[in-house]
Design a protein around this ligand. Structure first.
Ligand code: G3P
Length: 217
């Protein structure tokens, strides 16, 4: 499963990138706000060192305006994935922009039918929002499983990008369910390394090493 980082925080992306943990980046208007940066400027900086897809989201609501904004965002770098909302206008824009050879990430997906439409409109990525379904007491992971089944049944090439990932269990379950990609905030990716038995084992090794009185260097 590929790892995208869900942030516009350049320092955090760089740190994970140096570890080889960044296969791509996703942003949205809320993350741009949080960064305090200009969308074009910060996206350009991210694309200067991330080779994989970098999602940048349009804010227009009508298809023609979405297409114009998508074309502008795609000019930033060849690895831009234009992010479009899963609305009827978003699907129209998806069809046009993918027809021009641009990568498109269709976002705000909350149902298998929406995912089916995005695939038929040629989306490169579909972003089902797991955490936001869990927030309203629905099963976000069931959506990932259903989309995987539907896309496999009909051999759709659209990649499932598990989004709104809030916990380390979301990451594991997305991988088990067969998501092609997951996007998570940097803090969730860092937490994947944690295990209490690793901490306990390391503490014991340090205690015993101290007793040997030895040094490696
Ligand atoms: O990639 C979409 C993601 O940013 C949404 O996450 O936690 O705001 O639901 P969240």
């Amino acid at each position: 499963m590929k790892f995208f980082v869900d942030t516009a925080d350049v320092a955090a992306i760089r740190e994970l990138h140096e570890l080889g943990m960044v296969d791509g980046v996703t942003t949205n208007p809320s993350l741009i706000l949080k960064s305090g940066r200009d969308i074009i400027e910060v996206t350009k900086e991210i694309c200067s060192f991330v080779d994989g897809p970098v999602s940048a989201e349009v804010v227009a609501l009508q298809a023609d305006a979405m297409i114009a904004e998508g074309r502008r965002l795609a000019e930033i770098a060849p690895n831009i994935a234009v992010k479009l909302p899963l609305t009827w206008d978003g699907l129209k824009a998806c069809k046009v922009l993918t027809g021009e050879g641009k990568m498109v990430n269709v976002t705000l997906c909350f149902s298998p039918n929406q995912a089916l439409l995005a695939a038929k409109a040629g989306a490169t990525f579909i972003s089902p929002f797991i955490g936001r379904l869990d927030d309203i007491n629905l099963d976000g992971m069931e959506l990932i499983r259903d989309i995987r089944q539907i896309y496999d049944n009909y051999d759709f090439k659209t990649q499932i990008l598990a989004a709104s990932i809030r916990t380390v269990n979301h990451v594991t379950e997305s991988a088990v369910a067969g998501a092609d990609v997951m996007t998570a905030p940097p803090e969730v990716i860092r937490k994947l390394a944690n295990h209490p038995l690793t901490d306990a084992g390391l503490a014991q090794f340090m205690k015993d090493w101290e007793k040997t009185g030895q040094k490696i260097l």
